[in-house]
Design a protein around this ligand. Structure first.
Ligand SMILES: NC(=O)c1ccc[n+]([C@@H]2O[C@H](COP(=O)([O-])OP(=O)(O)OC[C@H]3O[C@@H](n4cnc5c(N)ncnc54)[C@H](O)[C@@H]3O)[C@@H](O)[C@H]2O)c1
Length: 339
């Protein structure tokens, strides 16, 4: 069995590669990643030597790249993590997000159709549903909630979701789709809330929090996400959409305060900055379909997972220092030239 994983040099994709290669010792895994600023190929260094792993630098927007890789590798399973993923960047560069997230996904769908894969899985986000009112904590997103995205990022992910479902209906492509809440854990690029705050704490800097900081996110440890994806690939119903989340809602301010406590940093370092445009106030995910159908349960409690994540960043300076200095870009080039 050959599995194609796109975007595997990013945060969730790299965690998934480690998880999947260990859980499926007889599978061959090919990773396609164009190495944008969000990729750190050094994360995958331990895998680059493995015979049953191949890294290919390439862009999911390029039909030629994607089709020739499918021709060569004939993957049975395709899991699409490749995306532009940072909401702030989407507000600055909306076209790039549409090109990568929508058109890149369509290119993959077309290749899957042409080469007849057994399954295409699209990794999506709860952000496609838009926001929930914070004053109605009983309301949660279900798979039937309308898509109502707020940002260029979430609208591009929603566009990709709709294409995936349309390719299933029109062409009979065997697809599954998952919409997950905010992830945290090892190897997350330090532009996202949790690693950004940890590293700014360590550097003695201020801790910028958008607006009041009362925006609520539903946090899931990346290892729980990887396990859910593996279950969906193995046992998920063809054509189904599955929400993934741990019912672990916290405001951004609570998360930052927790990090301050763990690193013994005074909360006076928190600085409220002007709010993000179109900022969603609350996400909350109902993952009961996944629990019921596939027996998935989150295993990592948020406080414990956050403690482990803080410890991971404390012990893995060699991973994040090259990112902060920018040296990782040259290392990406060097490693990509060797594979
Ligand atoms: N991070 C989260 O909390 C979260 C939550 C739910 C869903 N998701 C989704 O999960 C997926 C992975 O998220 P992440 O946080 O790991 O993202 P990330 O930004 O850390 O990684 C994205 C990866 O995709 C690659 N990539 C980008 N454009 C590409 C292109 N055109 N061709 C090939 N590769 C390309 C990048 O080089 C990078 O390695 C995304 O689809 C995202 O929408 C993320």
């Amino acid at each position: 069995m050959t599995v194609l994983v796109t975007g595997g040099a990013g945060f969730i994709g790299s965690n998934f590669l480690f998880y999947y290669l260990e859980a499926h010792p007889s599978c061959r895994v090919v990773c396609l990643d164009s190495l944008t600023y969000a990729a750190n190929l050094a994360t995958l260094r331990p895998l680059l030597e493995l015979e049953r792993f191949r890294f290919v630098r390439g862009d999911i927007r390029s039909r030629e790249t994607v089709f020739s890789l499918f021709e060569e590798e004939r993957p049975e399973l395709v899991v699409n993590f490749a995306a532009e993923s940072h909401v702030d960047r989407s507000i600055a560069s909306p076209e790039l997000f549409t090109q990568t997230n929508v058109l890149g996904t369509v290119t993959l769908l077309e290749a899957c159709r042409a080469f007849g894969v057994q399954r295409f899985h699209q990794v999506s986000t709860d952000e496609v549903y838009g926001e929930l009112p914070p004053e109605r904590p009983e309301l949660l997103f279900t798979e039937r909630s309308p898509l109502c995205p707020s940002s260029p990022y979430s609208s591009s992910k929603a566009g990709a979701d709709l294409a995936v479902l349309a390719w299933a209906r029109t062409y009979g492509l065997p697809v599954t789709l998952s919409r997950c809440s905010n992830n945290y854990g090892p190897y997350q690029f330090p532009e996202k809330l949790i690693p950004l705050m940890i590293l700014r704490c360590l550097e003695g800097k201020t801790l910028p929090v958008y607006g009041t900081g009362l925006q609520i996110r539903d946090w899931l440890h990346v290892s729980d996400h990887c396990r859910a994806l593996d279950l969906i690939l193995e046992h998920g119903r063809e054509g189904a959409v599955y929400n993934i989340g741990a019912r672990s809602e916290r405001s951004n301010l609570e998360v930052v305060r927790s990090i301050c406590r763990q690193l013994d940093v005074p909360e006076s370092r928190i600085e409220h900055v002007p709010d993000r445009k179109g900022h969603d106030r609350r996400y909350g995910i109902d993952a009961s379909l996944l629990c019921r159908e596939l027996g998935w349960q989150p295993e990592t409690d948020f406080e414990e997972g956050l403690r482990q994540t803080v410890q991971w960043y404390l012990s893995q300076r060699a991973w994040w220092e090259p990112i902060l200095s920018g040296a990782y870009r040259a290392e990406n080039e060097r490693l990509a030239a060797c594979v």
